[in-house]
Write a protein that binds this ligand. Structure first.
Ligand code: FAD
Length: 456
């Protein structure tokens, strides 16, 4: 939708949008009810319509930071984008509950009717990097009859069971990504005794500290100063492990258990308060992935753990982004949407649409929109950062594109940097340090990539 929104405003294109779901909003339709954005609403969504009211949270674990839209808010927002923005343009036809079959053909899930579209310009695959969410994912472990396994979305409905049989008294959360973290935080804040909560953590994760993602002027030091420190970490690190320790030292990343060395970084973003809540969980199982849930035990890659009666398992094992190789975004008569700035999927889609509308050939378009790989291991992070920074460098050379980015509501940090007065010596010093460290980082990142590759 972010791609369609910008393409409609930047060209006279007509778009046929085909989606298997019955409502706009993609994976947000299937999200657990207590989901929120990980990053501020201010720079999520489509370019032409603001999301949220620009408030800061005054209560809760995100207190003092910019609001994070809830799942229902995001779904409502995409519904408004469709009905108030895209459809009224008169240049977009929307086909919900329709499955794309390939070769320009889609099938209505309701009538079974097939429609052949004559693609005049390009086919846009907006599904290549779409996330996998718990409600629509099938666990990769076996589950014996009688074992109670639910997705996180089922938890708020547990009250239906009260009075109709025994309520679960023990909870086992399977998975260690952001969904699992949200689920553990929700359970604890809703009254679960930490001693009744067991958390299966196959790998520990580094987490983005949300304070570094704030784009209000009062966060200039934390955001731009923080970026400068991150660049310094990239410039000075001698290995990938060293890089993450430096990123932790400057407050860019957090970890839940200081005794563990994380081996995963999926750019999950948290506030320090969430980490504080998660540290209350002492019963953490680090025996690899779950292979089987049986009536009396949980079988993991590296051992077994007994299961007590009235245990409810919560499946948070869906990997939001499946590891897929990157490919060129512009492929003659096809566009495969991918990230061009990490980790900004909607900014990336909007910028890709702008480039599609205003540049002539695939070579130039791919130069401006190099695909950025999603890091699945720590070793991949320098590569992803390099690709993201290289794109940023290319955009900086193009005055018109640079201005479009500056005006785009989806670009938070550029505006924040531009807002610094030339007379503000402190802010200008931060910007100068950021630029110098970014150059030094670009020089050192190839060494980190090589060191990561050598380490396997
Ligand atoms: C819990 C959570 C929180 C997040 N928070 C943030 C955040 O704060 N900030 C941020 O920038 N990003 C965030 N993200 C990431 C961001 O939401 C996603 O990367 C992005 O919105 C995904 O949109 P998408 O269109 O690529 O994928 P999806 O939303 O999955 O949409 C893909 C669509 O394609 C349809 N489809 C697939 N195959 C077919 C077919 N054959 N025929 C027809 N239709 C098909 C599907 O039905 C679906 O509607 C978050 C993700 C999650 C899971």
């Amino acid at each position: 939708m972010a791609f369609a929104d910008t393409l409609l405003s930047e060209s006279d294109a007509h778009i046929t949008m085909v989606d298997r779901l019955g409502k706009p909003g993609g994976h947000w339709n299937d999200a657990y009810s207590f989901v929120t954005l990980h990053q501020p609403s201010a720079f999520y969504g489509v370019n032409s319509m603001a999301l949220g009211s620009g408030r800061k949270d005054s209560i809760g674990l995100n207190q003092g930071l910019y609001e994070l839209a809830s799942g229902p808010e995001v779904s409502g927002y995409f519904d408004r984008v469709m009905n108030h923005q895209l459809l009224p343009s008169g240049r977009l036809s929307y086909h919900p509950l329709s499955n794309y079959l390939g070769d320009g053909v889609f099938e209505s899930l309701l009538s079974g009717a097939k429609t052949q579209v004559k693609v005049r310009k390009k086919l846009v695959d907006a599904n290549y990097f779409s996330p996998n969410v718990p409600a629509t994912h099938r666990p990769r472990f076996t589950v014996d009859a009688g074992v109670q396994l639910v997705p996180p979305g089922a938890l708020p409905g547990l009250w239906h069971r009260s009075g109709n049989g025994p309520m679960p008294r023990r909870f086992v959360v399977i998975g260690a990504g952001k969904t699992a973290m949200d689920t553990c935080v929700w359970l604890l804040q809703s009254g679960t005794d930490p001693a009744a909560l067991q958390w299966v953590v196959p790998r520990d994760s580094w987490l983005v500290n949300r304070v570094t993602t704030q784009t209000g002027p009062e966060f200039f030091d934390a955001a731009i100063g923080g970026q400068a420190e991150q660049m310094a970490a990239f410039a000075e690190a001698s290995s990938v492990q060293d890089l993450f320790l430096r990123l932790e030292a400057c407050g860019a990343v957090l970890r839940i258990d200081p005794e563990q060395t994380p081996s995963m970084f999926h750019l999950a973003t948290v506030a320090a308060g969430e980490v504080g809540v998660l540290r209350r969980i002492k019963n953490v199982v680090r025996l690899g992935r779950v292979k089987a849930l049986q009536a009396t035990q949980m079988v993991l890659e590296k051992g077994q753990v007994p299961v007590q009666p009235h245990t409810l398992f919560i499946d948070c094992s869906a990997s939001a982004v499946e590891p897929r190789p990157i490919q060129p975004i512009f492929q003659q008569d096809k566009i495969v949407l991918q990230m061009v700035r990490l980790p900004q999927p909607t900014f990336s889609a909007a910028l890709t649409a702008y480039v599609e509308a205003h540049y002539d050939n695939d070579k130039d378009k791919n130069r401006l929109c190099g695909s950025v790989p999603f890091p699945h291991t720590l070793e991949m992070y320098p590569q992803a950062m390099m690709a993201s920074m290289w794109n940023q460098f290319q955009w900086g050379q193009d005055k018109v594109l640079r201005q479009w980015i500056r005006d785009s509501r989806l670009d938070g940090f550029g505006k924040l940097m531009a807002s610094a007065s030339r007379d503000d010596a402190k802010k200008q010093a931060i910007i100068a340090r950021f630029k110098a460290q970014a150059m030094a980082a670009m020089a050192n990142i190839p060494k980190l990539i090589a060191a990561g590759a050598a380490a396997g």
